[in-house]
Design a protein around this ligand. Structure first.
Ligand code: ADP
Ligand code: MG
Length: 422
């Protein structure tokens, strides 16, 4: 299959030589069973590449699963990937198959491979070298035939030098490395990508697509795009939603760009006097809300709970001591989190707190005393709601999370944080 038809089939936009080269390598390696290491910054399309490789391989009718190694707690990753036996550890009430068992015949995409614990790396190496694995708590060696595609946005070779990553595994994985270029290194593709996302959006919502004038296009191209294609897509969609004028100039575009550049990731200050019209003001408010959604859907959820508590100021909170850190942990930065489909029962979740990059929310600044009171309430209420939802859905996390309006991943984190065993 030639490059252009791959692009058409998978909706890949761009014509930069480095991108074409990466696609070429992907197409060539797809039909082998070789491990592939995809290297590139966040949002460049690493996962998209892994899907292309799988879809072009002989395994295409077999399962493909993406696992984010950085999103699974160290204590559960072995069990997630390789399964465990009943009684393997406290709370392992049943045996469970891991992904290397269930995906047999297919492809596993191991994202953020650099975050994989050393012990897990040893197990992975065994799979790659001998096609063998052992469930946690078992002594029985099992066979599996899984193709591994790994991805990293870190320099893995450096990790091997300071002992964070096994050198033998590194070389095993990087037989065929694919480097997906950053957007700032293929600026010629930026207008094409923007156009695609604007058109996609317009088709979805049956509106005319937004268009940039020359000055706006130059601004778009000169921006550094730290979040790469993902960021560009977000911004194209924001502009599509919020711009009343479909002809977007540089001044209008500028309203959307600087926000992403602010290091604290805080939205811009609104109502600073430079905007007269109420229309513009409400427009910026909308942008703000949209950004909040992007940063963390939980904010909405917390707001809802807030209202609930205000209307129903029940019993005061008891145990949980509120700390600023715990609130900060609630607002990790908008990294992509992929929770694999079935998560482990919480009973054997280790009591580790996954250090998440924090985002400081503006309302933290306001009256500390009130804040402490209410936060205690929120945490209590939240815990209560979670327990209720789990009960209602007989411990089924997926359903409980849907009911709560949060992601499974968030529920997972909260269970751990509140030490809830269902
Ligand atoms: N060249 C491209 N053309 C069109 N869309 C792309 C391209 N590269 C990435 N995307 C889109 O950008 C988003 C982020 O890509 P993803 O593969 O998740 O990045 P990564 O895994 O590197 O963080 C996805 O929605 C993906 O479909
Ligand atoms: Mg990704």
């Amino acid at each position: 299959m030639d490059i252009q038809s791959i692009k058409n089939r998978f909706g890949i936009i761009g014509n930069a030589p480095a991108l074409n080269h990466a696609l070429n390598v992907a197409a060539q390696v797809a039909n082998t069973d070789l491990s592939v290491l995809i290297v590139g910054e966040s949002g460049v399309g690493k996962e998209a590449f892994s899907q292309i490789i799988h879809a072009l391989s002989a395994r295409k009718h077999n399962p493909f699963i993406a696992v984010n190694c950085g999103a699974i707690p160290e204590g559960t990753i072995d069990s997630e990937l390789f399964g465990h036996e009943k009684g393997a550890f406290t709370g392992a009430v049943d045996s469970r198959k891991g992904y290397f068992e269930t995906v047999n015949g297919g492809t596993i995409f191991l994202d953020e491979i650099g975050e994989m614990p050393l012990g897990t790396q040893a197990r992975l190496l065994r799979v790659l070298e001998a096609g063998e694995f052992i469930r946690v708590g078992s002594s029985k060696v099992q066979k599996t035939d899984v193709r591994v595609i790994a991805a990293t946005n870190k320099e893995l070779l450096e990790f091997t030098q300071n002992g964070k990553f096994r050198e033998d595994l590194y070389y095993r994985l990087s037989t065929v490395p694919i480097r997906v270029p950053s957007l700032r290194d293929r600026k010629e593709d930026i207008p094409l990508l923007f156009r695609k996302f604007a058109v996609d959006f317009a088709e979805r919502y049956k509106t005319p697509p937004v268009q940039l004038d020359d000055e706006a296009r130059n601004l778009l191209v000169s921006y550094s795009w730290p979040g790469n294609v993902r960021e560009l897509k977000n911004i194209a969609e924001q502009i599509s939603v919020l711009s009343t004028d479909k002809q977007v100039g540089a001044n209008e575009l500028r309203k959307f760009l600087p926000v992403e550049k602010v290091t604290s990731r805080l939205p811009m200050v609104i109502g600073n006097g430079s905007h007269g019209g109420t229309h513009e003001f409400s427009n910026e408010r909308e942008i703000l809300y949209k950004l909040f959604f992007d940063m963390k859907k939980d904010v909405t959820e917390l707001k809802k709970m807030f209202v609930e508590i205000m209307q129903n100021p029940g019993e005061a909170a008891a145990a949980a001591a509120y700390t600023k850190e715990s609130l900060l942990r609630e607002y990790p930065s908008p990294v992509e989190l992929q929770q694999p489909a079935n998560v482990l029962p919480p009973t054997y979740l280790p009591q580790v707190s996954s250090p998440q990059p924090a985002v400081i929310m503006p309302h933290e600044e306001i009256h500390e005393h009130e804040e402490v009171e209410e936060s205690l309430n929120i945490m209590d209420k939240e815990k209560e709601l979670i327990v209720k939802a789990l009960k209602k859905h007989k411990g089924k996390r997926k359903d409980a999370a849907t009911d709560l309006g949060i992601s499974e991943r968030t529920l997972y984190r909260k269970l751990k944080e509140y030490d809830i065993n269902d």
